[in-house]
Ligand binder design. Structure first.
Ligand code: PLP
Length: 461
């Protein structure tokens, strides 16, 4: 692009001040006409109560999890102060990408990759560590897939003086050694999952000695350790309502920044693993849909190899492999679904959170499936035109945004697209290396494979 082209551009970056960091998180459950179905106790099949969650989560988080009455939940001052380290994040107009696509569409992205740990995950990690510390908890456990959640939580745990044990999905433990080192740098203990350190891990290893792990298995191990260790609680980086809640700072800021840009999005896009970055960007905008103020299209971009929202079933299922968690009403591929080893490790999860699942059921959002090669093609084009190497997860959102921009071009009309850049991919260069060498492929999931796991689900709904 010549200098002249740059001179012709409008404002590229929309920046807010520290004072514009939201004072409260947005709790969409309070405004939904159809509330999400309750989580169930797996033994009694009765709705769980807040107290039932106390052995697993900090009380404040258990309360947020089931809160369907308070629309706004104040962000504690200490957490908001820590947000100031990198928030508000920029909203960027992707002129370079628009030009490469020769599209009349206006493409914006919210850049969550500028957090010190490189992804949106820190928004919830700091909040969860804060509430644990405040309640006198000394140890926390968690699982991590590609390692972004573990990395964010390691820093958060250190900040609040908590000991952290992370169960890292075995395939990622070996594929992403640098994320492991990041966690260890912050002082966390990192264990490849499945491991011999828990009953759940030992059972899986006995049945499948070469199993490379999944988020579901790692969750089982982390929950088991929390339940069997005094003064220890479990934390989760996605799926749950309180995690989605903490992420709404993304969309609340973006709402103000789109106003600064003088536009309102026609389409909102985020990649989808368990739904936290999607919820974070989209819930504050879906609010306008619920109130009838705006009718925008909201799209979750999931990997074709793990298509819970497009090909899964709406049913009660466990959040983990071993069935230790409460039963969650979710779009699911079945908790024993074993996803292909795609590089977007953070998107390899069998289910979607209960709020998102209800929104999907009620037609308030759409979903698309992106094949692995399309996601890396989009990531490469984005890197070359915007100068940021995106996380392989975020690449799914970029691919979906490119599809929308191309469609706008075919139809010859403008369209305002906003997607979330959930993280950067600077620690995922092995994946890019393999893509560039032509060593990556798409994974097609047959209906028979899908059905096998879905048939095992108990028909509660
Ligand atoms: C974890 C992660 C995801 C997927 O998780 P969600 O809860 O669905 O947001 C997406 N992008 C990045 C960069 C991640 O770290």
């Amino acid at each position: 692009m010549s200098n002249q082209d740059y001179n012709k551009m409008g404002t590229k970056k929309f920046l807010l001040q520290e004072k514009d960091i939201p004072m409260a998180w947005y709790n969409i459950a309070a405004e939904m006409k159809n509330k999400p179905l309750p989580m169930l106790n797996p033994a009694t099949k009765k709705p769980i109560k807040e107290e039932d969650l106390y052995p697993i989560f900090a009380k404040a988080l258990a309360h947020q999890e089931l809160n369907q009455t308070d629309t706004w939940i104040e962000i504690p001052e200490e957490v908001r102060d820590l947000y100031k380290v990198w928030r508000p994040t920029p909203l960027v107009r992707a002129f370079g990408l628009e030009k490469a696509l020769d599209t009349p569409a206006h493409i914006y992205f919210k850049n969550e990759s500028v957090s010190p740990l490189g992804s949106h995950k820190l928004n919830s990690a700091l909040a969860q560590a804060y509430y644990c510390k405040k309640e006198g908890i000394t140890n926390i456990t968690t699982e991590t897939g590609a390692g972004q959640w573990g990395a964010a939580l390691s820093y958060a745990a250190k900040t609040f003086g908590l000991e952290l044990a992370v169960y890292m999905v075995k395939v990622s433990y070996h594929q992403k050694p640098y994320r492991r080192s990041i966690m260890q740098t912050f002082g966390a203990q990192v264990i490849a999952s499945p491991s011999m350190s828990t009953k759940a891990g030992r059972k899986i290893l006995t049945d499948h000695p070469t199993y490379q792990g999944s988020l579901g298995t790692a969750i089982s191990e982390a929950v088991e350790l929390a339940l069997s260790t005094p003064n220890c609680r479990y934390t989760l980086g996605s799926v749950l309502n309180h995690v989605a809640l903490h992420q709404t700072v993304i969309g609340l800021e973006a709402e103000k920044q789109m106003e600064m840009a003088g536009e309102y999005p026609d389409v909102l896009i985020a990649c989808f693993g368990g739904g936290s970055n999607f919820s974070g960007l989209c819930f504050p905008f879906i609010r306008h849909k619920i109130s009838g103020e705006h009718n925008l299209r909201v799209v979750a971009a999931e990997p074709a190899s793990c298509p819970k929202l497009t090909r899964g079933e709406f049913q009660y299922d466990y959040g983990d492999e071993a069935g230790l968690t409460p039963m969650i009403p979710m779009f699911t591929l079945g908790h024993s679904f074993e996803p292909a080893h795609i590089h977007a490790g953070g998107l390899r999860y069998h289910g979607a959170g209960s709020i998102v699942s209800q929104l999907r059921k009620d037609g308030l959002m759409d979903a698309v499936d992106i094949p692995q090669l399309e996601s890396f093609g989009a990531a490469t084009l984005f890197a070359q035109t915007e100068g940021i190497i995106p996380a392989p997860e975020s690449a799914h959102a970029i691919a979906a945004a490119i599809r929308e921009a191309k469609q706008a071009k075919e139809e010859g009309r403008s369209r305002v697209i906003l997607f979330n850049l959930s993280g950067h991919g600077l620690i995922d260069m092995t994946a890019y290396e393999q893509y560039l060498a032509g060593d990556l492929s798409n994974y097609n999931l047959s209906d028979a494979e899908l059905k096998k796991n879905l048939d095992e689900l108990e028909q509660i709904i």
